[in-house]
Design a protein around this ligand. Structure first.
Ligand code: UDP
Length: 259
């Protein structure tokens, strides 16, 4: 799994197969478990060169249908992680079942545990002012020894990039987590990846909000039933328009899998 996945494959439009990768409506998703993801993160850190990771959910897949640059970023990423029950469902429907789901917020927790264990330095960029700090505080209590080398809200506006990158360089992180929402965060990472020089850069959406307690996470039983999206719709109703991507995604996958 390298940064230079062929983009021809990406535009095949349906599930195209190589051993650990599938394409859902032309968008790459890697069939990896949590343990394999963390092993890749350690490999990328040891390698030292910058790598972009993305967490693909149905909203990503639908946005990538009309945003060719977003699709290119996902398909060229070092690792395209299967976030969201919709992607997991689609993989089964298309006959290439994914082994596990990797929700962004759980990934942040696992990275915090890994940092506590191995001393990797994390940097939290994005979310509303104070939220990343609060998330860092929660994680320090949960995973004693976790190294949060810096936090900064900033914004994804291009004119702030130089100053933000200077802050990140000063903190020398191994892992940069960017919470500017998709696709802004993923475009931000892609255009700054080489300049950042951080071995692992991941867009994590609303993860800091959940960890800091700004938004409640769905209870375990709802998550087990794959209904986290319903909880999100009830607790954050202003997302309804964006969440229309879910039925559109389901319809497109059903149509593809029936032809
Ligand atoms: N966000 C930000 N600056 C922006 C836009 C968004 O810091 O210009 C933050 C927002 O505060 C939230 C995070 O990006 O913490 C993720 O937003 P959202 O929930 O919309 O993203 P998703 O999880 O749906 O990708």
């Amino acid at each position: 799994m390298s940064r230079s996945h062929s983009s021809e494959e990406a535009f095949s439009g349906n599930v195209s197969s190589s051993r650990n990768t599938l394409y859902i409506l032309g968008v790459r998703v890697d069939a990896v478990t949590f343990d394999e993801t963390l092993a890749c993160v350690e490999t990328f850190i040891a390698d030292g060169r910058p790598h972009q990771l993305v967490t693909v959910n149905p909203e990503f897949v639908m946005a990538a249908q009309s945003d060719a640059e977003f699709r290119r970023v996902i398909n060229a990423s070092a690792l395209a992680l299967p976030d969201g029950v919709g992607v997991w469902w689609a993989s089964r429907r298309l006959g290439r079942p994914l082994p596990e789901r990797i929700p962004g917020v759980d990934l942040v927790e696992r990275l915090a545990a890994l940092s506590a264990d191995r001393g990797y330095r994390l940097y939290f960029l994005g979310a509303m002012p104070g939220v990343a700090d609060k998330a860092a505080e929660v994680l320090r209590a949960r995973y004693p020894g976790v190294v949060v080398a810096g936090t900064y809200a900033g914004s994804p506006r291009p004119e702030e990039e130089d100053a933000i990158i200077a802050r990140i360089h000063a903190a020398r992180p191994h892992v940069l987590l960017v919470a500017y929402g998709a696709p802004a965060q993923d475009h931000w990472i892609a255009r700054n990846l080489d300049r950042l020089g951080v071995p692992v850069c991941i867009g994590v959406g609303g993860s800091f909000d959940y960890i800091a307690g700004v938004h409640p996470r769905a209870p375990h039983w709802l998550r087990r039933w794959g209904l986290e999206w319903l909880h999100r719709l009830v607790t954050q109703p202003w997302r309804w328009r964006r969440m229309l991507a879910l039925p559109r995604f389901a319809w497109r996958v059903l149509w593809k899998s029936n032809v």
